[in-house]
Ligand binder design. Sequence first.
Ligand SMILES: NC(=O)c1ccc[n+]([C@@H]2O[C@H](COP(=O)([O-])OP(=O)(O)OC[C@H]3O[C@@H](n4cnc5c(N)ncnc54)[C@H](OP(=O)(O)O)[C@@H]3O)[C@@H](O)[C@H]2O)c1
Length: 237
Amino acid sequence: MAMIDLQGRVAVVTGATGNLGQAVARAFLDHGARVALVGRSAERLAACYGGASEHQILVTADLTREDEATAMAQRTVADFGRIDILANIAGGFTMGPRLHETDAQDWERMLDVNARTMFLASRACLPHMLAQRRGRIVSVSARAAREGKPRMGPYCAAKSAVIRLTETMAAEYRDDGITANCILPGTIDTPENRRAMPDADFNRWVPPGDLASVILFLASDAARSVTGAAIPVYGRS
Ligand SMILES: NC(=O)c1ccc[n+]([C@@H]2O[C@H](COP(=O)([O-])OP(=O)(O)OC[C@H]3O[C@@H](n4cnc5c(N)ncnc54)[C@H](OP(=O)(O)O)[C@@H]3O)[C@@H](O)[C@H]2O)c1
């Protein structure tokens, strides 16, 4: 099998300032793609990536906002001419009390940050992919989407929406050269998780780089026959 080569491809990476987003962006850049690095804060983007170059642009957008999601895609096409790959990495987690004590605000925040961002970023990038009859959308759901877990209702529901929207897009764009897949990470080995669970065996958690490898494959030509998949990537967690 040929090595993965993203030379000539343009990728949008949301959540680019996060743990997984940084690993995905670096994997795309290392494999020759030009990358639009998307986050809410210009300062955090600059701290992660420095400045713009011929290979990367830093795009500030709150992807829960329709206008900012649209502007993010337009800016990418204005600077790089196309969008071949969208990696929907932006997301967030919360655990709380049982359902009868769960704030509606937590429900809305989880749906917004995990599902609405994915919906709006995909909706903004799809017209450009349709125009060139080629596209790869890779999104991040979670193991917790497969079954409702105690004290994680809003998160489980929101990440389930990511799987269902992935399947919808796979079915809708099957004949347009566009694939849509998602991955289901187990516990990712991040500084935040290490702080939250100091007694855990970190070796069992899945390293961001391992998740990035799967996303890289799904974004590549080699995965052209894979669409509508929700792939568990748990490590030993
Ligand atoms: N960590 C885990 O164990 C785990 C497990 C399963 C699934 N996941 C999922 O994997 C993905 C990455 O996780 P992570 O641990 O790398 O997350 P992280 O470090 O917390 O990063 C989250 C990213 O999402 C961005 N973001 C949040 N809200 C946004 C919005 N409204 N508009 C645009 N960007 C927004 C953040 O950007 P800002 O700089 O703007 O804050 C940040 O770049 C997430 O979807 C998460 O739910 C994580």
